[in-house]
Design a binder for this molecule. Structure first.
Ligand code: SF4
Length: 371
């Protein structure tokens, strides 16, 4: 397509997005293929406008606590895969987790994200292993009064119900790709269908869901478009796109670090397609240094804030910026100011969660597009 036609087509798609009409598959693929800065900047600008329409200048903060770094799985991209001998493995004590959550709440985060690998201790104990996790959700909720996101992997159905009953608001479980063949390469021995079904169940149970895709793991533009479609079918409330970071000791350790533009562009396109949802700007890939570009692409949640001094790890970057206390609310407020953004209040976040839950449960047919 020549430059003129491409520019006209881009302008028409951005006007459509600005009217909040649903972009079709071909339009999403077209946007994902754009490279010239003049064109991608126009996408970022529209994404920021849409974010401003729905969220003003307010940004949410998520505190992150990696409660167990043990995992029974062997995902080829993951530092914490069971076969990797490099990571420091720990299971944090309940009292320490509650204390870390309190510290995060005092610092002004809007949500506590409790993440763990598929820890065999939880999965092998006739399901009673999950009692500790249920108690933990209750204790953190009680101590902080904040909404809680749980990221425990593919847990049994009844455990998901119990997590919802214990007070969890969110279930995060990333497919990472919606190409089943690529999924099998990334997550050997795991079921694509079972992982996806767990998110549909979570939604039926009244949990908000977060879906995620990894950028730079062998996917093509059509795979990313598939992920966006899958997120729409799932009615995910938060969508994350994150660049792959090669991890020492894994089969993918020698893969090239992907072009950062793919993640940034994907975040912006997610905003065009889902203007009223939450999109994370993670500190887990490039730390504080990578925050601005993600927010400038339309993200509105700063994730992976980790309290220093508790010996806690990150996921993609197991230690980046943590000990230096650069993954704290104090460090990011000045970065927000530079972009004309500010921290939302706790009430803003609670209202958003409550309204979203009503929307999902109240009239599921209303926003449902045939999948
Ligand atoms: S991505 Fe999750 S399930 Fe896979 S190895 Fe890592 S911690 Fe385990």
């Amino acid at each position: 397509m020549n430059q003129n036609r491409s520019s006209h087509k881009l302008a028409a798609i951005l006007e459509k997005a600005d009217r909040e009409e649903i972009l079709n598959r071909e339009e999403i693929s077209f946007l994902l293929r754009l490279k010239p800065a003049r064109q991608t900047n126009a996408i970022f600008q529209t994404a920021r406008n849409l974010r401003h329409r729905h969220f003003g200048d307010k940004v949410f903060f998520y505190g992150f606590i990696y409660i167990s770094t043990f995992c029974r799985n062997n995902c080829n991209f993951c530092y914490y895969r069971s076969a990797n001998t490099h990571p420091l493995r720990y299971r944090q004590e309940v009292s320490e987790i509650v204390e870390a959550a309190r510290r995060l709440a005092d610092s002004g985060v809007h949500l506590i994200d409790l993440t763990l690998g598929e820890d065999p201790e939880y999965f092998l104990d006739n399901r009673q292993g999950f009692d500790k996790l249920i108690q933990l959700v209750k204790a953190v909720r009680e101590a902080t009064k904040l909404p809680i996101m749980v990221s425990p992997g593919v847990v049994p159905d009844d455990v998901l119900s119990r997590l919802a009953a214990a007070g969890a608001s969110w279930y995060a479980c990333y497919q990472e790709t919606h190409n089943p063949d690529l999924f099998t390469k990334l997550r050997p021995g795991q079921s694509y269908a079972a992982r996806l079904a767990k998110k549909h169940l979570a939604r039926q149970l009244g949990l908000l869901t977060e879906e995620g895709m990894l950028c730079g793991v062998g996917e093509d533009v059509e795979d990313i478009a598939d992920s966006i479609e899958a997120m729409r079918c799932l009615e995910a409330s938060q969508m994350r796109a994150m660049s792959f970071v090669p991890q020492q000791g894994t089969p993918m350790q020698n893969l090239k670090t992907p072009d950062f533009l793919r993640e940034i562009l994907t975040i912006a396109i997610l905003r065009l397609v889902f203007p009223d949802r939450l999109m994370p700007a993670t500190l887990d890939v490039a730390g504080l240094a990578g925050l601005q570009s993600r927010l400038a692409a339309g993200a509105n949640v700063v994730t992976s804030l980790v309290p220093p001094g508790f010996g806690l790890a990150g996921v993609a970057q197991s230690s980046l910026d943590i000990a230096a206390a650069r993954r704290t609310t104090g460090s990011i407020l000045s970065e927000l100011e530079k972009l004309g953004l500010r921290a939302a209040s706790a009430e803003d976040y609670l209202n958003w969660v409550e309204n979203r839950r009503k929307k999902i449960l109240g009239d599921p047919a209303k926003e449902k597009i045939p999948c």
